[in-house]
Design a protein around this ligand. Structure first.
Ligand SMILES: Nc1ncnc2c1ncn2[C@@H]1O[C@H](COP(=O)(O)OP(=O)(O)OP(=O)(O)O)[C@@H](O)[C@H]1O
Length: 396
């Protein structure tokens, strides 16, 4: 979809910002460009919408050499989101969002309808926010308008230059999550610039790690973290990459323990006897469809004289807030454990459905992390890390 062929950019003062860069981004793929300040990320991006021209080499969009496309027409195919958002202060949120449809001559009604749909899509109720002015929004809300505006003409390509750089870490994480959900729906081809490796890992289908003007490694987040191609990349992703791997390693069924399970309508006496027999301190409580309901401690239902009270598990079950769907990243599991001060979390088959699959304990979480790191070390020998899409990379 986007292809760089031996692209070099030398500014007039002699600075080589980008040096013989070749890579390809597939349709619907989100590639993050990450690296230290001044390594050429923004320059790479600006060459795609011809805000700046390469000194050498060629860039293709959907097979077309962009140097042959009129820049204004080219930019209609490309949404652009930047950190400073650049909303018009004297225009309402709805008018800002409808800017591109307006420029394309869509007509007022059609443009406004599209803008409303997009505001909804980025989580801003148009009836609440549409009539506000940018200064009446929070930083995070302004960024959302920026994203909505970039998507307004439904361009196949999005360029995003540190779009969430100006907001605090909590809002930033929320915007990242929202953007991932949005991207799952709209499936744009995205180039996303960041200097934050965490953000790059979180969002990218693949990551391009920049050294000065060059890509040092271009691969999936798991491979970049698990098998850095060069000492520079290893240094950049940091010594704590084991921790970062938590974000890219999903919970798998084999990571789960199977604790005793009781059902809501089981007689309490039977459930308690079962727990005692197993020597278990608690059991997971499921409903009639085997969906997660909560948990029950082994001590519950005992009367003062040591006999068991009557009734069913239902009256004694406690709600379980610490649960996640299978496939959620280990990092989320870890955060959920901390948030609920939980010694284990329940894992269900998918968000919404809720069939109970097992529990994840801290020990099993640790094993899962180790397995993921080891698997990479075995499966992807450092020397074999695929960088063949990136001509000009120095492999050491
Ligand atoms: N118009 C310009 N004229 C001369 N040099 C420039 C110009 N724009 C950028 N540069 C230089 O080119 C190099 C790459 O800049 P670029 O903005 O692409 O880096 P970046 O990786 O996006 O950095 P940051 O993360 O700080 O935004 C830098 O050394 C920068 O100073």
């Amino acid at each position: 979809m986007i292809r760089f062929e031996h692209v070099t950019k030398r500014y007039e003062d002699g600075t080589t910002a980008v040096d013989d860069l070749s890579f390809e981004v597939a349709e619907g793929e989100l590639v993050t460009l990450v690296g230290p300040s001044g390594c050429g990320k923004t320059t790479t991006m600006k060459m795609v919408n011809r805000l700046t021209e390469p000194t050498d080499g060629r860039i293709f969009l959907d097979g077309d050499d962009i140097s042959a496309i009129d820049p204004v027409r080219l930019r209609r195919r490309i949404g652009y989101v930047i950190q400073q958002v650049g909303l018009f202060p004297h225009k309402t949120v709805l008018e800002n969002t409808a800017t591109v449809p307006h420029l394309l001559g869509w007509g007022r009604e059609k443009g406004r309808k599209r803008a409303s749909e997009l505001l909804d899509l980025v989580g801003l109720d148009p009836s609440v926010y549409g009539g506000r002015y940018p200064e009446q929004l929070s930083g995070g809300q302004r960024q959302r308008v920026g994203v909505a505006r970039a998507l307004a003409a439904d361009p196949p390509v999005l360029l995003m230059d540190e779009p969430f750089g100006a907001v605090d870490p909590v809002v930033r994480e929320r915007l990242q999550n929202e953007f991932l959900k949005l991207q799952a729906q709209v499936r744009k081809t995205v180039l996303f610039v960041t200097h934050d490796i965490e953000e790059a890992v979180r969002l990218g289908d693949r990551i391009a790690v920049y050294g000065h003007g060059r890509i040092e490694q271009f691969d999936t987040p798991a491979t970049v973290l698990g098998a850095p191609a060069t000492p520079y990349v290893a240094d950049f992703v940091g010594a704590d990459r084991g921790l970062k791997r938590l974000s890219v390693t999903p919970i798998e069924e084999s990571d789960l323990d199977q604790p005793p399970v009781v059902h809501l309508d089981d007689p309490l006496a039977k459930a308690t006897a079962r727990l005692r027999a197993d020597g278990a301190r608690w059991a997971v409580v499921l409903d009639g469809q085997d969906n997660l309901h909560g948990w029950i401690p082994a001590g519950d239902g005992r009367t003062g004289d040591g006999t068991t009270a009557g009734g069913t598990v239902r009256e004694h079950a406690r709600r379980m807030e610490a649960w996640l769907p299978l496939g959620a990243p280990l990092k989320q599991a870890f955060a959920t454990m901390l948030q609920h001060d939980a010694g284990w979390i329940a894992v269900i088959d998918e968000e919404g459905a809720g069939r109970f699959l097992g529990v994840l304990t801290p020990a099993r979480l640790h094993e899962a992390l180790r397995r993921s790191i080891d698997a990479d070390a075995q499966a992807v020998p450092r020397a074999d890390v695929a960088v063949e899409t990136v001509a000009g990379v120095t492999s050491r």
